[in-house]
Design a protein around this ligand. Sequence first.
Ligand SMILES: [Zn+2]
Ligand SMILES: [Zn+2]
Length: 234
Amino acid sequence: MVNNWWNFIQFRLFPPTCILCHRPGTGELDLCAGCRAELPRPGPACRRCAEPLASDAGWVCGRCQRRPPAFDRTLTLFRYAAPVDRLILDLKHHRRLANARLLGRLLHMAAADWPACDLLVPVPLHPRRQWRRGFNQSLEIARFAGSALGVPIDTRRCRRVRRTAAQAELSAAARRDNMRGAFTVTGDWTGQHVAIIDDVMTTGATAGELARALKARGAAEVQVWVCARAGIPG
Ligand SMILES: [Zn+2]
Ligand SMILES: [Zn+2]
């Protein structure tokens, strides 16, 4: 009921308008049908980590076969390419919360065919970075996905306890080392089915480390839901 009223108020105040071309949106989305058709959809991909593959046979990529990540599967909306990259950067650096609303709703729609989860866990920022940015973009995306799905968000029991070096120039192995011990998870997660929410995934090192910490606390299954999948460098 609260949700219905909240939605009602939102739509009266901010009727859906295409974020990309400013024409009226379709349904509840801030996106028109024309712009939606042009977005960079992911092609065949590893069902574990969403790494692009040559063909779609439900395969797992070589990297996941050699070294399976702690998460069980990855749902990705888009490739990290124009104009999705701009949507994410504008959310992160210019606080365009309408972009979080769009991405969160698209995640909710995409997750409809996926195994249900009990909790959403947005990837936490280090408190200092969050203080500087003023918000956590993954939490903003998770809010919209969670309210549409009716799944609660846990922000209290997962913390980023270590500041990590920028990952952009690092190889996959160096990223894993860089992330080790970055998160602390508290409480009992026994039997919980969790979805980690992040804006962009590159090697999966961040989600992998958070998933490892969640499973160490008893989580039964950890999915990762990301708005965009970037190519692995090198
Ligand atoms: Zn449009
Ligand atoms: Zn993989």
